[in-house]
Design a protein around this ligand. Structure first.
Ligand code: AVJ
Length: 328
């Protein structure tokens, strides 16, 4: 595993893949699943009967549209609605419809890592709810945080749906929430979805569907590496594996090598060897309780203003505000 001097790790993707596949144990970051094929596979996941998260959050936004809109709406100046990881905006549209029907003044600013997603969302919104002011942008969570500082002239609502925060281990989640809090003024709201602890079987099933959509989603990491880094992963020699720890609430995804093998990544001039049954850890999807969310909030200088849940209590959306007087 010697990197020739000619090989440049000149993009975050190259650097992260190199580091992840030369580490022990091996890992890859789940954010790299989302290229064009990955976006499509995630759409397919959201349509799976086992993947309850999307429907639960849609139910919450539908049942509580009015209360949520009232929480969001500012004074006569209106507000900016900034959504991180907007995706196809299916759930958000419920809110957007209500806000525009009630002539509440706001601008919708969807931000997503996928340019694809933003282009698609902007197009469908122009058709479906043309009254809404849309100003989309592409970018990653942590890099977008800087730009949020610029929204200070009126109330802002930062929205992160889909339990996307679940991809972060607690220390990183606190870092993320703290940074979000630093961009917030007193009346601003952070509105976030957190998937809740529940029957462990329900959670395992959601990440291990019998039709193999989730497996294909996970394996898309290898497909992408093959395409973008001239790799020769034999996808059929890796198996999707999911575990869930009901104590910590952490679901973890792996790709497991079903036999010993070598893989070459031409672009990185890198040869990687796998023992039989060696793992690549690819994703965590954290599950929460009120207690854990309250702890995360407190550690981040935020407080829970209110929360909304679905009819099964599977999922919760929390509205946070800045803590009144941190450290008092
Ligand atoms: C989009 C990160 C919330 O972790 O539930 C779905 C991604 N991974 N199935 C999740 C995902 C496997 C999803 N998030």
């Amino acid at each position: 595993m010697i990197l020739s001097s000619a090989t440049q790790l000149d993009t975050p993707f190259k650097k992260d893949v190199f580091e992840g596949l030369t580490s022990e144990p091996k890992y890859l970051y789940s954010k790299y699943i989302y290229d064009q094929a990955g976006d499509k596979l995630f759409q397919d996941i959201m349509a799976l009967p086992e993947y309850y998260l999307t429907n639960c959050e849609l139910e919450i936004l539908t049942l509580h549209t009015k209360a949520i809109a009232n929480l969001f709406k500012g004074d006569a100046n209106g507000f900016d609605l900034i959504e991180l990881g907007a995706g196809d905006g299916k759930k958000t549209k419920v809110l957007l419809h209500h806000l525009s029907k009630n002539q509440i003044e706001f601008t919708y600013k969807p931000i997503d890592i996928s340019e694809n997603a933003i282009d698609g969302l902007t197009r469908t919104l122009a058709k479906e709810i043309p009254e809404v002011n849309v100003d989309g942008e592409t970018g990653e969570y942590f890099e977008v945080l800087e730009r949020l500082q610029n929204f200070k002239s009126r109330k802002k609502v930062i929205m992160v749906l889909g339990s996307n925060i679940g991809n972060l281990l607690h220390p990183r989640a606190i870092q993320f929430l703290t940074k979000l809090g630093e961009t917030m003024s007193r009346d601003d709201i952070l509105f976030m979805g957190f998937d809740q602890k529940k029957d462990p079987q329900t959670i395992l099933d959601a990440y291990n569907d019998p039709t193999g959509v989730t497996a294909a989603f996970n394996k898309n990491l290898l497909v992408r590496i093959n395409r973008e880094l001239e790799g020769n992963f034999d996808i059929s020699k890796f198996k999707h594996w999911e575990v869930y720890d009901p104590e910590t609430g952490t679901a973890k995804s792996y790709l497991v090598a079903t036999e010993a093998q070598r893989v070459r990544l031409e672009t990185l001039d890198l040869d990687i060897s796998f023992d039989a049954w060696e793992t690549i850890h690819t994703e965590i999807s954290q599950k929460y309780t009120d207690k854990i969310v309250a702890w995360l909030a407190e550690a981040s200088g935020l407080r829970i203003e209110t929360s909304f849940t679905d009819s099964h209590n599977y999922y919760k959306n929390y509205a946070f505000k800045k803590m009144k007087d941190p450290k008092a």
